[in-house]
Design a protein around this ligand. Sequence first.
Ligand code: SF4
Length: 448
Amino acid sequence: MSKRVSFITLGCAKNEVDTAHMTARLVQAGYEVLDWEDLSPEAIDGGEARLDAIIVNTCSFLREAIEESLDTIFDAAGLPSVADGRTKLVVTGCLPSRFGDDLESELSEAQAFIPCKDETAIVATLDQLFGIVRDSRTEDTTGSIARTSRLTTAPSAYVKISDGCDRFCSFCAIPFIRGRYHSFTYESIHEEVQQLVEQGVVEVVLIAQDTGIWGSDLEPKRTLASLLDSLASSFPGTWFRVLYIQPEHVSEELLATIASHENICNYLDIPFQHVDRSLLKSMNRQGSREEFLQLIDRIRTILPEVALRTTYIVGYPGETEEQFDALCDFVSETDFDYVGVFAFSPEDGTRAAELPDRVDEDTKQERLRTLRELADTVSSSQLKRFIGQTLDVLVLGWEEDGQLLGRSGFQAPDVDGVTYLDKGTPGQVLPVLIEDTLYYEMEGTCEG
Ligand code: SF4
């Protein structure tokens, strides 16, 4: 009988993609991979239908994420069948990548640890735990397997186009966790998209730590614009959306490519982090208020309808009241559709954690609240521009109360709002007349 395993996936969309890749390997090797959300209490509590292994795919980007990962591991370790050894506990992803051997010596509750760079070892690791010996001819040593295996039938999926980051922003531990930047090849990305489309996916969201430099390390060099152009042309019935483009990589070529394909979402996610030049320099980032204003102008000239998202950090060491006020003015002035705001978190091992002039916690939280409220006001009024317009909406499914929902090209999964509509079937793209908005949500009637 095949071994039954399930993933608990924490953190960002990139981790979801890693889980999908590990799931694909396990399924190909004969494991049964069950969706954690669909498990019966009996399976979780260790009854007859118990799991053979629980795999916690962790995040360690920020302190809160580390705490959540550890809590999840301890909760899993406390389940009866894990505690008595009938169900194995495996920890994968960013936590083992960041803490290595220290984690293994501290966490005796888990039987195995797999850092991000070794995710291809998932089958070998579980085989070893279960004493499974394979014929070496059937072992997967090449990585030439299905890249994706989905446990859900949602019409939208993330595809990772690269991993790692060479940027070393002073506040960020990702380069130490995920390693150096490396693009995935066009062929492998195309193959993954092909598989997803065959499985019914209608929206593909391209992600990475730094999407804008995709292809710069390939031979011959490629660009993100060329990748989008090729994918959009190869899969004309599929929506493509790209997230996390650093400001200096929003090229004319990229904007022209988005403008020239109806199936590339008119949406850009550009993390600014701040607008003060000296703080940005201290963050080891480029740009300034003036440069960002010029960039926004350039984008809106080529893509007048574009939806824009960004993120800011408040309370970075040395941030003065004046610098924070200038950031607020910029947010009021630039009318972004979506703004993520984070309070600075001093992460061990990063340069910013060692900086003097820390902003005290109360001030940090006050600035977080102030900017959050301002951004909500600006962005929710910005969304009203769609009232009276007919937008294509991808139908996603139903909420628990039976309300049908979908997403327009102007809304990214997980971080933005949704569009409520009156009829449709998941996976359909329908014209919807937008009649109302509420904060980040839109509501409309299907015209199809
Ligand atoms: S670009 Fe900066 S914030 Fe983003 S992953 Fe790389 S180092 Fe971290």
